[in-house]
Design a protein. Structure first.
Ligand SMILES: Nc1nc2c(c(=O)[nH]1)N[C@H]1C(S)=C(S)[C@@H](COP(=O)(O)O)O[C@H]1N2
Ligand SMILES: [Mo]
Length: 170
């Protein structure tokens, strides 16, 4: 009798433990960066390259601060991780000197035009993929990524581009 009770307790404990472990693993995967998230670079509308998260990260991640201002809320300063947008083009030997602008487009049809002067500044226009060390998430899960174009020196975030999927140099 005593043995049966002990056995039942052990089995129940195992079930609880295994369930907790599986849930933890699922969460861990969700928290992970979307490795296959693609970002396209274009030159006057012509596709030059399709990058994934690994390739973006290989360009040399930088940490920077920027003020997120959501409508109806106070601006909050966050630390982001990403790469300079100009470094992505440099990697593919596309010179930005003498060009006029870069258009960043998002999955929801939103687009932002960036003056080249701004893009060429140090520590300003980034393609970010983490905020406070966490992946940005995507449109489906209520996030702002996997990639978000962020203008670090802007006091507000209305010219940033969430869910960014491509950058086209003009
Ligand atoms: N892709 C995309 N990016 C976008 C927008 C949008 O609708 N789609 N809205 C802009 C506006 S108007 C604001 S104020 C900021 C901040 O939005 P958030 O608070 O949802 O981050 O994102 C900007 N970037
Ligand atoms: Mo806005």
């Amino acid at each position: 009798m005593k043995f049966k009770i002990t056995l039942t307790i052990i089995i129940l404990a195992l079930i609880v433990g295994i369930t907790a472990f599986i849930n933890f693993k699922t969460l861990e995967v969700k928290k992970d960066l979307e490795e296959n998230a693609q970002f396209v670079i274009k030159d006057n509308g012509e596709e030059i390259a399709v990058l994934d998260m690994k390739e973006i990260q290989s360009l040399g991640p930088k940490e920077f601060k920027a003020n997120l201002k959501s409508s109806g809320k106070e601006a909050i300063t966050y630390t982001y991780t990403g790469v300079l947008l100009k470094d992505i083009f440099e990697r593919y030997n596309i010179s930005l000197i003498g060009r006029s602008s870069i258009i960043v487009r998002a999955i929801d049809g939103y687009s932002v035009a960036l003056d080249m002067d701004k893009v060429l500044e140090d520590d300003n226009v980034y393609l970010a993929y983490m905020r406070e060390g966490e992946a940005l998430g995507n449109r489906e899960d209520g996030g702002r990524g996997p990639y978000q174009m962020i203008i670090s020196k802007d006091p507000f975030s209305q010219y940033w581009c969430k869910f960014a999927i491509e950058a086209d140099v003009k």
